[in-house]
Design a binder for this molecule. Structure first.
Ligand code: 4AZ
Length: 696
């Protein structure tokens, strides 16, 4: 009797009479008639299949089959992908037969087939089996030991499958398994460097094609030096079938290289090199590392020029090497007629220097600049003007002196400039010596009485000459200024005129200034005739009151200083009353006669209050810009024609004569209790210095 019965728990498809296809994720299978005894001659197969990434777990809850040697009669056979997993029969396991017991059965893949078979007879009544199955996830990450299928870096399992990912810096290859690197764009443009496989000395990435380009200027030759540590996957018989390194240098090729022997040193003689490193999808090798250098053809040895040097100093120079030629201190680089501090030459690709070595020429200060009223003398007999030569500036003695008071020694410095320890590159000036007449007063007694001055004793005095006769005096300041009285430079004016009008000032061309003058109406050998260039009247001058009766006349040419022509010095302090001063001039004498020659008197300065008082009686005001001098009893006094002339005194500290005042006015001449009135030079000094620029 042949029959069979199939229990269908869920979605069971009958393909033929003895095979059941099961595709659900879980289910139950039972022997026919279960829990009743199963029929004879039963032959049922359950084909369970679940999606990829799952396996099937089968668990028997009940098992009761006829027992037979090696399960020949009745049995349950579990297979997977044509491979028998187990065959069960009986009730309990023996040495030769197995029962499923408590142990679940796992399929290696996603399908399992279970076959139940009974023979034609059963000696007893057997209830068969009842089993459950479920689809269980495969953890591929744990199970894929096969290197071909395992993830290269990270494995991530999920229900029904897995995926691979890569470490930072790597990208997943299209095989979804290996991790490669993007390394096709490495450009090296330096003259030396180091290149190595990715991650060296750790294993290099798989499935990668790395390109390293070294591209230098034409003229360089690149040399590669591989380190001894070299490890690229190879094959005992075939040359580098998996991983390799290949070098292209222009038309030349080097490699492929693989294995553990380093290629060592490779002289490519090329300026452009491509290094290709290929790895396949398997293998764990450490890779390689190289350093490269590039040099060009050498240039001929360079000799430094005499008195010069070359930096840097090397035994050999090759393409692109640059040297700087500099000269020793005091020498300058001379190239094509142009002087400079340094000169650079470069080794070219053809092995020639870009330029010839220049010469070092000694710095030359050239002829020393001219010093007005002075001169330079050379320290060396052959008048050398080159580096470290010396010169000595001097002023025309004794009428000019050096200002500031320095040695006047200059040395030619390394930069080609005359340089002094005190003034650097600035020149001193030669200023007129003031107030030191060659002739000194020998007969003071005579002066005290008033009388003719000695020739040259007052070399600063100037005679203002107009219409054939002297009309005023003045004093030489510096070598081109005369200080005089403002009223001397006025046309005859009405005393009511409160302020000087410019039109009332006489024309500079209408009078002459005579220096070195002594005699009144006869020519002197020493005289120098000068023209006035311009007239400057004190801005506060009041013709009506003679306040600030002082003016400056610019000479149209410089005075030639000598024993008879010398400027007077400026005053430096207020003098006490009774200080003796000397007044000189060609003014009228008593009896209204002109003297034959320059006259001078020595008188004391008058107390300002006393003078004020004396003139108050006459309703005349003595202001602070006026100084009075003279003796109470009268006698010695300046007079008409002396105006503008000097009132001087000897500064005992400096030994110089100073200009204290200029003759201005007075009530009559030499009268008792009347004093001569002079314009105060010290008070006008700021204005004088500003207008003349003279400051010594
Ligand atoms: C004058 O007429 C003049 N006694 C100068 C000075 C004096 C008087 C007059 C002082 O130039």
């Amino acid at each position: 009797m042949r029959y069979f019965l199939v229990w269908l728990i869920c979605n069971v498809q009958l393909v033929n009479t003895d095979a059941v296809e099961l595709t659900d994720m879980f289910g139950e299978i039972q022997s026919p008639n279960f829990p009743d005894s199963y029929p004879s001659d039963a032959d049922v197969t359950w084909n369970i299949s679940v999606p990829d990434g799952f396996r099937i777990k089968l668990y028997f809850m009940h098992f009761d089959l006829e027992s037979s040697y090696l399960c020949e009669y009745d049995y349950v056979k579990v297979e997977s992908e044509d491979q028998a997993l187990s065959t069960f029969c009986g009730r309990e396991a023996t040495d030769t037969e197995q029962t499923p017991g408590q142990q679940p059965i796992l399929s290696p893949g996603s399908s399992m087939s279970i076959t139940f078979r009974s023979d034609f007879s059963n000696e007893e009544r057997f209830t068969g089996f009842d089993a459950h199955y479920t689809a269980v996830d495969i953890d591929e990450c744990l199970e894929k030991s096969d290197e071909e299928l395992a993830c290269d870096h990270h494995c991530h399992n999920y229900i029904g499958g897995y995926y691979c990912s890569c470490r930072f810096g790597y990208i997943l290859h299209s095989d979804n398994r290996t991790c490669k690197v993007e390394c096709s764009d490495n450009l090296f443009a330096q003259r030396n460097g180091v290149i190595h496989s990715p991650d060296f000395p750790n294993s290099y990435p798989k499935s990668s094609d790395c390109l390293y380009r070294i591209e230098l200027e034409e003229g360089f030759f690149i040399t590669l030096q591989f380190e001894d540590s070299f490890d690229i996957e190879d094959h005992p018989e075939v040359t580098c079938p998996y991983d390799y390194i290949k070098i292209t240098a222009g038309v030349k090729e080097f490699g492929p290289f693989c294995g553990e022997r380093s290629p060592g040193r490779i002289e490519t003689r090329s300026n452009i090199i491509h290094i290709l490193f290929h790895s396949d999808n398997s293998g764990e090798n450490r890779g390689w590392k190289l350093s490269y250098t590039a040099i060009g053809d050498p240039c001929p040895l360079l000799e430094p020029p005499p008195n010069g040097r070359i930096d840097p100093s090397q035994a050999t120079y090759t393409f692109k090497d640059q040297v700087v030629i500099t000269c020793n201190t005091g020498y300058n680089v001379l190239k094509d007629g142009v002087e400079s501090e340094s000169f650079q030459v470069e080794c070219m690709k053809d092995g020639m220097w870009s330029n010839k070595v220049p010469v070092c020429q000694i710095a030359d200060c050239k002829a020393p600049p001219r010093l007005e009223h002075g001169f330079a003398t050379f320290s060396s007999p052959d008048n050398l003007t080159t580096f470290q030569s010396g010169i000595q500036y001097s002023c025309q003695q004794p009428f000019y002196q050096m200002m500031p008071n320095v040695s006047g020694t200059y040395t030619c410095n390394a930069k080609g400039f005359w340089q002094s320890p005190e003034l650097g590159r600035r020149l001193p000036t030669c200023q007129p010596v003031c107030g030191k007449p060659r002739f000194s007063r020998s007969l003071l007694a005579r002066i005290s009485r008033g009388g003719h001055a000695q020739r040259g004793i007052s070399p600063w005095i100037a005679m203002l000459h107009r219409n054939g006769r002297p009309f005023c005096g003045g004093s030489l300041i510096g070598n081109r200024w005369i200080v005089t009285a403002a009223h001397c430079l006025h046309e005859e004016l009405e005393l009511e005129d409160p302020v000087p009008r410019s039109s009332s000032i006489i024309s500079p061309s209408s009078f002459t200034i005579i220096l070195g003058k002594h005699r009144t109406q006869r020519r002197d050998d020493t005289e120098q005739h000068m023209q006035a260039g311009a007239i400057f009247v004190h801005p506060s001058y009041k013709p009506a009151t003679f306040e600030h009766d002082i003016a400056l006349v610019a000479l149209s040419e410089e005075a030639r200083l000598n024993d008879y022509v010398m400027p007077i010095c400026f005053p430096d302090s207020v003098l006490p009353k009774d200080t003796m001063v000397i007044v000189s001039g060609w003014g009228k004498q008593f009896l209204k006669r002109l003297p034959e020659a320059l006259m001078e008197i020595e008188i004391p300065l008058t107390d300002h209050a006393l003078c004020k008082e004396a003139y108050a009686k006459l309703q005349k005001v003595i202001t602070d810009d006026m100084i009075c001098a003279g003796e109470k009893q009268g006698g010695k006094d300046a007079c008409s024609g002396d105006s503008g002339g000097p009132m001087v005194t000897l500064n005992n500290r400096t030994g110089e004569w100073q200009l204290i005042g200029t003759v201005s006015w007075g009530d009559g001449c030499g009268l008792n209790d009347r004093y001569g009135v002079y314009s105060n030079v010290l008070l006008a000094l700021p204005w004088i210095k500003e207008v003349t620029g003279v400051d010594y």
